[in-house]
Write a protein that binds this ligand. Structure first.
Ligand SMILES: Cc1cc2nc3c(=O)[nH]c(=O)nc-3n(C[C@H](O)[C@H](O)[C@H](O)COP(=O)(O)OP(=O)(O)OC[C@H]3O[C@@H](n4cnc5c(N)ncnc54)[C@H](O)[C@@H]3O)c2cc1C
Length: 440
Protein backbone atom coordinates (compact mmCIF):
# COMPACT_ATOMS: atom_id res chain seq x y z
CA UNK A 1 0.00 0.00 0.00
CA UNK A 2 1.33 3.50 -0.81
CA UNK A 3 0.95 5.79 2.17
CA UNK A 4 0.50 9.48 1.72
CA UNK A 5 3.50 11.10 3.35
CA UNK A 6 3.60 13.61 6.12
CA UNK A 7 4.67 16.74 4.24
CA UNK A 8 7.13 19.05 5.97
CA UNK A 9 7.29 22.65 4.73
CA UNK A 10 10.90 23.82 5.20
CA UNK A 11 14.25 22.07 5.43
CA UNK A 12 15.85 24.14 8.23
CA UNK A 13 17.00 22.60 11.50
CA UNK A 14 13.37 22.02 12.59
CA UNK A 15 12.20 20.45 9.31
CA UNK A 16 15.25 18.20 9.03
CA UNK A 17 14.96 17.05 12.67
CA UNK A 18 11.32 16.23 11.94
CA UNK A 19 12.20 14.19 8.84
CA UNK A 20 14.90 12.22 10.69
CA UNK A 21 12.49 11.56 13.57
CA UNK A 22 9.63 10.44 11.32
CA UNK A 23 11.95 8.12 9.43
CA UNK A 24 13.19 6.67 12.73
CA UNK A 25 9.65 5.81 13.83
CA UNK A 26 8.56 4.52 10.41
CA UNK A 27 6.44 7.39 9.10
CA UNK A 28 6.92 8.27 5.40
CA UNK A 29 7.68 11.95 4.85
CA UNK A 30 8.57 14.53 2.23
CA UNK A 31 10.30 17.88 2.76
CA UNK A 32 9.31 20.75 0.48
CA UNK A 33 12.02 23.42 0.70
CA UNK A 34 11.81 26.78 -1.05
CA UNK A 35 15.51 27.31 -1.81
CA UNK A 36 16.84 25.83 -5.06
CA UNK A 37 20.07 24.70 -3.49
CA UNK A 38 20.99 23.81 0.10
CA UNK A 39 23.94 25.97 1.22
CA UNK A 40 25.53 26.34 4.67
CA UNK A 41 24.01 29.74 5.51
CA UNK A 42 24.06 31.60 8.80
CA UNK A 43 26.60 31.93 11.57
CA UNK A 44 26.64 30.54 15.12
CA UNK A 45 23.82 28.92 17.08
CA UNK A 46 23.72 27.09 20.40
CA UNK A 47 22.42 23.62 21.06
CA UNK A 48 21.42 23.13 24.68
CA UNK A 49 21.93 19.69 26.30
CA UNK A 50 18.24 18.81 25.85
CA UNK A 51 18.64 19.20 22.07
CA UNK A 52 22.02 17.46 21.90
CA UNK A 53 20.41 14.52 23.69
CA UNK A 54 17.80 14.33 20.92
CA UNK A 55 20.44 14.55 18.18
CA UNK A 56 22.30 11.64 19.78
CA UNK A 57 19.00 9.71 19.86
CA UNK A 58 18.78 10.42 16.13
CA UNK A 59 22.17 8.80 15.62
CA UNK A 60 24.11 12.02 15.11
CA UNK A 61 27.36 11.36 16.93
CA UNK A 62 29.62 13.45 19.11
CA UNK A 63 32.40 13.30 16.53
CA UNK A 64 29.99 14.53 13.83
CA UNK A 65 28.97 17.46 16.04
CA UNK A 66 32.65 18.17 16.62
CA UNK A 67 32.98 18.69 12.85
CA UNK A 68 30.38 21.50 12.90
CA UNK A 69 30.95 23.01 16.34
CA UNK A 70 32.53 22.76 19.75
CA UNK A 71 31.20 21.72 23.19
CA UNK A 72 30.64 24.82 25.33
CA UNK A 73 32.47 24.75 28.64
CA UNK A 74 31.34 27.99 30.27
CA UNK A 75 28.61 30.66 30.15
CA UNK A 76 29.78 34.03 31.48
CA UNK A 77 28.44 37.56 31.86
CA UNK A 78 30.90 40.40 32.15
CA UNK A 79 30.17 44.03 33.10
CA UNK A 80 31.22 47.05 31.04
CA UNK A 81 34.19 47.52 33.34
CA UNK A 82 35.45 44.10 32.26
CA UNK A 83 34.71 42.47 35.64
CA UNK A 84 32.83 39.17 35.93
CA UNK A 85 29.13 39.34 36.86
CA UNK A 86 28.37 35.66 36.66
CA UNK A 87 29.84 32.47 35.28
CA UNK A 88 28.86 28.86 35.38
CA UNK A 89 30.12 25.66 33.77
CA UNK A 90 28.03 24.29 30.94
CA UNK A 91 27.22 20.90 29.46
CA UNK A 92 28.99 17.86 30.90
CA UNK A 93 31.24 20.08 33.05
CA UNK A 94 28.09 21.29 34.81
CA UNK A 95 26.90 17.71 35.38
CA UNK A 96 24.53 17.30 32.42
CA UNK A 97 24.65 13.87 30.83
CA UNK A 98 24.95 15.58 27.44
CA UNK A 99 27.16 18.43 26.24
CA UNK A 100 26.01 21.84 25.10
CA UNK A 101 27.32 22.72 21.62
CA UNK A 102 28.04 25.99 19.86
CA UNK A 103 27.82 25.20 16.15
CA UNK A 104 27.83 26.82 12.74
CA UNK A 105 24.14 26.85 11.81
CA UNK A 106 24.73 26.20 8.10
CA UNK A 107 27.17 23.35 8.73
CA UNK A 108 24.73 21.68 11.15
CA UNK A 109 21.95 22.08 8.59
CA UNK A 110 24.12 20.46 5.88
CA UNK A 111 25.05 17.60 8.23
CA UNK A 112 21.37 16.93 8.95
CA UNK A 113 20.43 17.33 5.27
CA UNK A 114 23.05 14.74 4.27
CA UNK A 115 21.64 12.35 6.91
CA UNK A 116 18.15 12.77 5.47
CA UNK A 117 19.36 12.07 1.92
CA UNK A 118 21.44 9.08 3.06
CA UNK A 119 18.72 7.50 5.21
CA UNK A 120 15.46 8.39 3.45
CA UNK A 121 16.75 8.96 -0.09
CA UNK A 122 17.11 11.94 -2.45
CA UNK A 123 13.40 11.84 -3.30
CA UNK A 124 12.61 12.83 0.30
CA UNK A 125 13.58 16.48 -0.25
CA UNK A 126 12.16 18.61 -3.06
CA UNK A 127 14.13 21.83 -3.51
CA UNK A 128 12.72 24.94 -5.18
CA UNK A 129 9.28 24.04 -3.79
CA UNK A 130 7.62 26.85 -1.83
CA UNK A 131 4.55 25.93 0.20
CA UNK A 132 1.94 28.66 -0.18
CA UNK A 133 -1.03 27.17 1.65
CA UNK A 134 -3.14 24.10 2.35
CA UNK A 135 -6.66 22.75 1.94
CA UNK A 136 -8.37 20.29 4.21
CA UNK A 137 -9.52 17.27 2.22
CA UNK A 138 -12.71 15.35 2.76
CA UNK A 139 -10.82 12.05 3.24
CA UNK A 140 -9.17 13.34 6.43
CA UNK A 141 -5.85 14.24 4.80
CA UNK A 142 -4.61 17.60 3.62
CA UNK A 143 -3.65 19.04 0.23
CA UNK A 144 -0.48 21.11 0.23
CA UNK A 145 -0.31 23.96 -2.29
CA UNK A 146 3.12 24.49 -3.82
CA UNK A 147 4.77 27.00 -6.17
CA UNK A 148 7.90 25.67 -7.85
CA UNK A 149 11.05 27.59 -8.73
CA UNK A 150 10.10 27.48 -12.45
CA UNK A 151 6.79 29.21 -11.63
CA UNK A 152 4.69 26.05 -11.94
CA UNK A 153 2.14 25.13 -9.31
CA UNK A 154 1.16 21.77 -7.89
CA UNK A 155 -0.96 20.19 -5.18
CA UNK A 156 0.72 17.58 -2.99
CA UNK A 157 -1.54 15.14 -1.11
CA UNK A 158 -0.41 14.57 2.47
CA UNK A 159 -1.61 12.75 5.56
CA UNK A 160 -0.42 15.69 7.69
CA UNK A 161 1.35 18.98 6.99
CA UNK A 162 4.07 20.21 9.36
CA UNK A 163 4.83 23.90 8.84
CA UNK A 164 8.54 24.22 9.66
CA UNK A 165 8.92 27.18 7.33
CA UNK A 166 10.53 29.64 9.71
CA UNK A 167 9.65 33.03 11.13
CA UNK A 168 7.91 34.19 7.93
CA UNK A 169 5.88 30.96 7.74
CA UNK A 170 3.22 30.76 5.04
CA UNK A 171 1.54 27.88 6.89
CA UNK A 172 1.19 30.01 10.03
CA UNK A 173 -0.08 32.92 7.94
CA UNK A 174 -2.97 30.77 6.74
CA UNK A 175 -3.59 29.21 10.17
CA UNK A 176 -3.63 32.62 11.91
CA UNK A 177 -4.55 35.20 9.27
CA UNK A 178 -5.15 37.87 11.92
CA UNK A 179 -1.78 37.48 13.65
CA UNK A 180 0.03 40.72 14.50
CA UNK A 181 2.94 41.77 12.27
CA UNK A 182 6.53 40.84 13.20
CA UNK A 183 7.33 42.23 16.65
CA UNK A 184 10.48 44.35 17.08
CA UNK A 185 11.52 45.82 20.42
CA UNK A 186 14.20 48.16 19.01
CA UNK A 187 17.30 45.92 19.26
CA UNK A 188 19.62 45.55 16.31
CA UNK A 189 22.18 42.78 16.14
CA UNK A 190 25.16 42.53 13.84
CA UNK A 191 26.62 39.08 13.47
CA UNK A 192 29.83 37.71 12.09
CA UNK A 193 32.57 35.13 12.48
CA UNK A 194 36.26 35.98 13.00
CA UNK A 195 39.24 33.65 13.24
CA UNK A 196 40.78 34.55 16.62
CA UNK A 197 42.28 33.01 19.72
CA UNK A 198 39.56 31.80 22.11
CA UNK A 199 39.70 33.22 25.65
CA UNK A 200 38.91 31.98 29.19
CA UNK A 201 38.21 28.22 29.01
CA UNK A 202 38.79 28.13 25.24
CA UNK A 203 35.09 27.32 24.77
CA UNK A 204 33.35 30.08 26.74
CA UNK A 205 30.13 31.87 25.82
CA UNK A 206 30.69 35.46 26.94
CA UNK A 207 28.09 38.24 27.13
CA UNK A 208 29.71 41.61 27.88
CA UNK A 209 28.06 45.00 28.46
CA UNK A 210 24.55 45.94 29.41
CA UNK A 211 21.18 44.68 28.36
CA UNK A 212 20.93 47.52 25.83
CA UNK A 213 24.49 47.57 24.55
CA UNK A 214 26.52 44.41 24.47
CA UNK A 215 28.72 42.01 22.60
CA UNK A 216 28.26 38.26 22.82
CA UNK A 217 30.94 35.94 21.50
CA UNK A 218 31.84 32.27 21.58
CA UNK A 219 33.90 29.83 19.50
CA UNK A 220 32.05 27.58 17.06
CA UNK A 221 35.02 25.45 16.06
CA UNK A 222 37.84 23.68 17.79
CA UNK A 223 41.12 25.62 17.70
CA UNK A 224 43.46 24.92 14.84
CA UNK A 225 46.36 23.03 16.50
CA UNK A 226 48.92 24.92 14.37
CA UNK A 227 47.68 28.50 14.76
CA UNK A 228 45.62 28.26 17.96
CA UNK A 229 42.84 30.16 16.17
CA UNK A 230 39.18 29.18 16.19
CA UNK A 231 36.08 30.54 14.46
CA UNK A 232 34.68 33.03 16.96
CA UNK A 233 31.01 33.86 16.45
CA UNK A 234 30.14 37.37 17.64
CA UNK A 235 26.90 39.26 18.00
CA UNK A 236 27.18 43.01 18.55
CA UNK A 237 23.94 44.51 19.80
CA UNK A 238 22.42 47.92 20.42
CA UNK A 239 18.89 48.73 21.62
CA UNK A 240 17.36 52.06 20.62
CA UNK A 241 14.78 53.59 22.96
CA UNK A 242 12.88 55.34 20.19
CA UNK A 243 13.28 52.73 17.51
CA UNK A 244 11.86 53.55 14.12
CA UNK A 245 10.48 50.69 12.06
CA UNK A 246 12.22 52.28 9.05
CA UNK A 247 15.44 50.91 10.57
CA UNK A 248 14.17 47.40 9.75
CA UNK A 249 15.78 46.66 6.40
CA UNK A 250 15.16 42.96 6.02
CA UNK A 251 15.91 40.12 8.32
CA UNK A 252 19.46 38.91 7.69
CA UNK A 253 21.32 41.17 5.26
CA UNK A 254 24.98 41.66 4.62
CA UNK A 255 26.27 45.11 5.68
CA UNK A 256 29.57 47.01 5.84
CA UNK A 257 31.37 46.69 9.18
CA UNK A 258 31.94 50.48 9.18
CA UNK A 259 28.20 51.00 9.37
CA UNK A 260 28.03 49.76 12.99
CA UNK A 261 31.50 49.20 14.51
CA UNK A 262 31.52 52.78 15.93
CA UNK A 263 28.99 51.65 18.56
CA UNK A 264 31.85 49.65 20.11
CA UNK A 265 34.70 52.12 19.49
CA UNK A 266 36.26 52.13 22.97
CA UNK A 267 35.47 48.58 23.94
CA UNK A 268 39.02 47.46 24.58
CA UNK A 269 40.49 45.78 27.62
CA UNK A 270 43.86 44.09 28.05
CA UNK A 271 42.14 40.73 27.40
CA UNK A 272 39.76 41.77 24.61
CA UNK A 273 39.66 44.19 21.67
CA UNK A 274 36.05 44.28 20.45
CA UNK A 275 36.56 46.55 17.40
CA UNK A 276 39.43 44.30 16.23
CA UNK A 277 37.28 41.21 16.75
CA UNK A 278 34.49 42.72 14.65
CA UNK A 279 36.82 44.03 11.95
CA UNK A 280 38.43 40.62 11.63
CA UNK A 281 35.28 39.16 10.05
CA UNK A 282 35.05 38.62 6.33
CA UNK A 283 31.31 39.35 6.31
CA UNK A 284 28.86 40.93 8.74
CA UNK A 285 25.09 40.58 8.77
CA UNK A 286 22.50 42.94 10.17
CA UNK A 287 19.80 41.03 11.97
CA UNK A 288 17.05 42.89 13.82
CA UNK A 289 16.01 41.12 17.01
CA UNK A 290 12.46 40.20 16.10
CA UNK A 291 9.96 37.61 17.21
CA UNK A 292 6.34 36.64 16.70
CA UNK A 293 3.68 37.26 19.29
CA UNK A 294 2.44 33.88 20.58
CA UNK A 295 -0.65 32.39 18.94
CA UNK A 296 -3.20 30.37 20.96
CA UNK A 297 -2.65 27.14 19.03
CA UNK A 298 -0.12 25.58 16.69
CA UNK A 299 -2.47 23.04 15.17
CA UNK A 300 -5.34 23.22 12.71
CA UNK A 301 -6.58 19.59 12.57
CA UNK A 302 -4.10 17.88 10.19
CA UNK A 303 -1.67 20.82 10.09
CA UNK A 304 0.87 21.77 12.76
CA UNK A 305 3.49 24.47 13.18
CA UNK A 306 7.00 23.63 14.38
CA UNK A 307 10.24 25.50 15.14
CA UNK A 308 10.35 29.22 14.37
CA UNK A 309 7.03 28.97 12.50
CA UNK A 310 5.46 28.10 15.87
CA UNK A 311 7.57 30.13 18.28
CA UNK A 312 10.09 32.54 16.71
CA UNK A 313 11.71 34.12 19.76
CA UNK A 314 14.47 36.53 20.69
CA UNK A 315 17.79 34.66 20.74
CA UNK A 316 18.57 35.87 24.28
CA UNK A 317 18.09 32.39 25.71
CA UNK A 318 20.07 30.62 22.94
CA UNK A 319 17.22 28.16 22.56
CA UNK A 320 15.45 28.74 19.20
CA UNK A 321 17.21 25.93 17.34
CA UNK A 322 17.20 23.67 20.42
CA UNK A 323 13.44 24.07 20.81
CA UNK A 324 12.90 23.29 17.09
CA UNK A 325 14.72 19.97 17.60
CA UNK A 326 12.75 19.22 20.78
CA UNK A 327 9.47 20.03 18.96
CA UNK A 328 10.33 17.43 16.32
CA UNK A 329 11.00 14.79 18.97
CA UNK A 330 7.81 15.55 20.91
CA UNK A 331 5.92 15.28 17.63
CA UNK A 332 7.50 11.85 17.09
CA UNK A 333 6.60 10.79 20.64
CA UNK A 334 2.92 11.65 20.28
CA UNK A 335 2.83 9.86 16.92
CA UNK A 336 4.18 6.73 18.63
CA UNK A 337 1.16 7.00 20.98
CA UNK A 338 -1.54 8.03 18.52
CA UNK A 339 -0.16 7.52 15.03
CA UNK A 340 0.49 10.09 12.33
CA UNK A 341 -2.96 11.53 12.95
CA UNK A 342 -4.68 14.78 13.90
CA UNK A 343 -5.12 13.29 17.39
CA UNK A 344 -1.33 13.17 17.74
CA UNK A 345 -1.07 16.79 16.57
CA UNK A 346 -3.63 17.83 19.19
CA UNK A 347 -1.48 16.18 21.89
CA UNK A 348 1.64 17.92 20.54
CA UNK A 349 -0.19 21.25 20.71
CA UNK A 350 -1.40 20.61 24.25
CA UNK A 351 2.09 19.67 25.41
CA UNK A 352 4.12 22.51 23.92
CA UNK A 353 2.15 25.55 22.76
CA UNK A 354 1.37 26.95 26.24
CA UNK A 355 4.78 26.63 27.92
CA UNK A 356 6.81 27.64 24.87
CA UNK A 357 4.58 30.67 24.26
CA UNK A 358 5.46 31.80 27.79
CA UNK A 359 9.14 31.39 26.92
CA UNK A 360 8.73 33.75 23.92
CA UNK A 361 7.47 36.46 26.27
CA UNK A 362 10.11 35.70 28.84
CA UNK A 363 12.88 36.10 26.24
CA UNK A 364 11.50 39.58 25.44
CA UNK A 365 12.37 40.44 29.01
CA UNK A 366 16.07 39.77 28.30
CA UNK A 367 16.11 36.04 29.14
CA UNK A 368 19.21 35.05 31.09
CA UNK A 369 20.85 38.37 30.16
CA UNK A 370 18.39 39.90 32.64
CA UNK A 371 21.19 39.62 35.23
CA UNK A 372 22.98 42.43 33.39
CA UNK A 373 19.82 44.54 33.76
CA UNK A 374 19.82 44.02 37.50
CA UNK A 375 23.48 45.02 37.74
CA UNK A 376 22.81 48.06 35.57
CA UNK A 377 19.87 49.16 37.71
CA UNK A 378 21.71 48.71 40.99
CA UNK A 379 25.10 50.27 40.20
CA UNK A 380 25.08 51.52 36.61
CA UNK A 381 27.32 48.61 35.65
CA UNK A 382 30.22 49.89 37.82
CA UNK A 383 31.38 47.60 40.59
CA UNK A 384 34.52 46.15 42.15
CA UNK A 385 32.97 43.17 43.85
CA UNK A 386 29.85 41.76 42.23
CA UNK A 387 28.82 40.09 45.50
CA UNK A 388 28.10 43.57 46.91
CA UNK A 389 25.71 44.24 44.01
CA UNK A 390 23.94 40.92 43.67
CA UNK A 391 24.56 38.04 46.06
CA UNK A 392 25.75 34.67 44.66
CA UNK A 393 22.51 32.96 45.79
CA UNK A 394 20.39 35.53 43.94
CA UNK A 395 22.50 35.09 40.78
CA UNK A 396 22.17 31.31 40.90
CA UNK A 397 18.42 31.46 41.60
CA UNK A 398 17.93 33.76 38.61
CA UNK A 399 19.73 31.37 36.25
CA UNK A 400 18.03 28.25 37.65
CA UNK A 401 14.63 29.76 37.06
CA UNK A 402 15.44 30.50 33.40
CA UNK A 403 16.82 27.01 32.78
CA UNK A 404 13.71 25.41 34.27
CA UNK A 405 11.44 27.51 32.01
CA UNK A 406 13.50 26.64 28.93
CA UNK A 407 13.40 22.90 29.64
CA UNK A 408 17.07 22.33 30.32
CA UNK A 409 17.13 22.32 34.10
CA UNK A 410 19.84 19.76 34.80
CA UNK A 411 18.29 17.31 37.22
CA UNK A 412 14.97 17.24 35.40
CA UNK A 413 16.68 16.58 32.09
CA UNK A 414 19.15 14.01 33.43
CA UNK A 415 16.34 12.03 35.08
CA UNK A 416 13.84 12.31 32.22
CA UNK A 417 13.06 9.20 30.19
CA UNK A 418 13.97 9.46 26.49
CA UNK A 419 11.41 11.56 24.60
CA UNK A 420 11.01 8.61 22.21
CA UNK A 421 11.75 5.17 23.60
CA UNK A 422 14.52 3.58 21.47
CA UNK A 423 13.04 1.21 18.90
CA UNK A 424 9.54 2.77 19.01
CA UNK A 425 7.72 2.63 15.70
CA UNK A 426 4.35 3.90 14.52
CA UNK A 427 2.16 0.96 13.58
CA UNK A 428 1.27 0.75 9.86
CA UNK A 429 -2.41 1.16 10.54
CA UNK A 430 -1.78 4.70 11.77
CA UNK A 431 0.12 6.07 8.83
CA UNK A 432 -2.82 6.32 6.43
CA UNK A 433 -5.79 8.40 7.63
CA UNK A 434 -9.08 6.58 7.16
CA UNK A 435 -7.55 3.16 7.81
CA UNK A 436 -7.16 4.04 11.46
CA UNK A 437 -10.92 4.17 12.05
CA UNK A 438 -11.64 1.12 9.87
CA UNK A 439 -9.10 -1.10 11.62
CA UNK A 440 -8.60 0.57 14.97
C1 LIG B 1 19.34 31.31 6.04
C2 LIG B 1 19.16 31.31 7.55
C3 LIG B 1 20.23 31.69 8.36
C4 LIG B 1 20.08 31.72 9.73
N1 LIG B 1 21.14 32.08 10.50
C5 LIG B 1 21.03 32.12 11.83
C6 LIG B 1 22.15 32.47 12.64
O1 LIG B 1 23.23 32.75 12.15
N2 LIG B 1 21.99 32.49 13.98
C7 LIG B 1 20.78 32.18 14.56
O2 LIG B 1 20.67 32.21 15.79
N3 LIG B 1 19.72 31.81 13.82
C8 LIG B 1 19.82 31.79 12.47
N4 LIG B 1 18.74 31.42 11.72
C9 LIG B 1 17.49 31.03 12.41
C10 LIG B 1 17.63 29.65 13.04
O3 LIG B 1 18.07 28.72 12.08
C11 LIG B 1 16.29 29.23 13.62
O4 LIG B 1 15.91 30.19 14.61
C12 LIG B 1 16.27 27.87 14.29
O5 LIG B 1 17.26 27.02 13.82
C13 LIG B 1 14.89 27.20 14.09
O6 LIG B 1 14.89 26.69 12.79
P1 LIG B 1 13.61 26.44 11.87
O7 LIG B 1 13.94 25.21 11.10
O8 LIG B 1 12.38 26.48 12.64
O9 LIG B 1 13.60 27.70 10.92
P2 LIG B 1 14.63 28.18 9.81
O10 LIG B 1 16.02 27.88 10.20
O11 LIG B 1 14.28 29.59 9.50
O12 LIG B 1 14.28 27.24 8.55
C14 LIG B 1 13.11 27.41 7.77
C15 LIG B 1 13.33 26.75 6.42
O13 LIG B 1 12.13 26.82 5.70
C16 LIG B 1 12.38 27.30 4.37
N5 LIG B 1 11.15 27.97 3.96
C17 LIG B 1 10.71 29.20 4.30
N6 LIG B 1 9.49 29.44 3.79
C18 LIG B 1 9.14 28.32 3.11
C19 LIG B 1 7.97 27.93 2.39
N7 LIG B 1 6.93 28.75 2.27
N8 LIG B 1 7.95 26.70 1.81
C20 LIG B 1 9.01 25.85 1.93
N9 LIG B 1 10.14 26.18 2.59
C21 LIG B 1 10.20 27.39 3.21
C22 LIG B 1 13.60 28.20 4.54
O14 LIG B 1 14.31 28.33 3.32
C23 LIG B 1 14.40 27.44 5.60
O15 LIG B 1 15.24 26.49 5.02
C24 LIG B 1 18.84 31.36 10.34
C25 LIG B 1 17.77 30.95 9.52
C26 LIG B 1 17.93 30.92 8.14
C27 LIG B 1 16.77 30.47 7.26
Amino acid sequence: MIHRPVVIAGGGIGGLATALTLHQIGVPCLILESVREMRPLGVGINLQPNAVRELYELGITESELDQVGVPTKEWALVGLNGNDVYSEPRGRLAGYHWPQYAVHRGCLQMLMYEKVIERIGPQSVQLGARVTGYRDTSDAGVTVEVVHADGGRSDVPASLLIGADGIHSAVREQMHPGQPPIHWGGSMMWRGVTWARPIRTGASFVGLGTHKHRIVFYPISHSDPKTGLAMINWIAEVTWDNADKKQLNGWFRQVQIDSFVHHFANWTWDWLDVPALIRGAEFAFENAMIDRHPVPNWVDRAVALLGDAAHAMYPTGSNGASQAIVDARVLGAVMCESGATPEALAKYDARLCGPISKLILRNRGAGPFGLLNIVDERCGGKFDNIDHVIAPAERSAFMASYQAAAGFAMETLNEAAPTIQPGSRVADRWTEPGRQRAEG
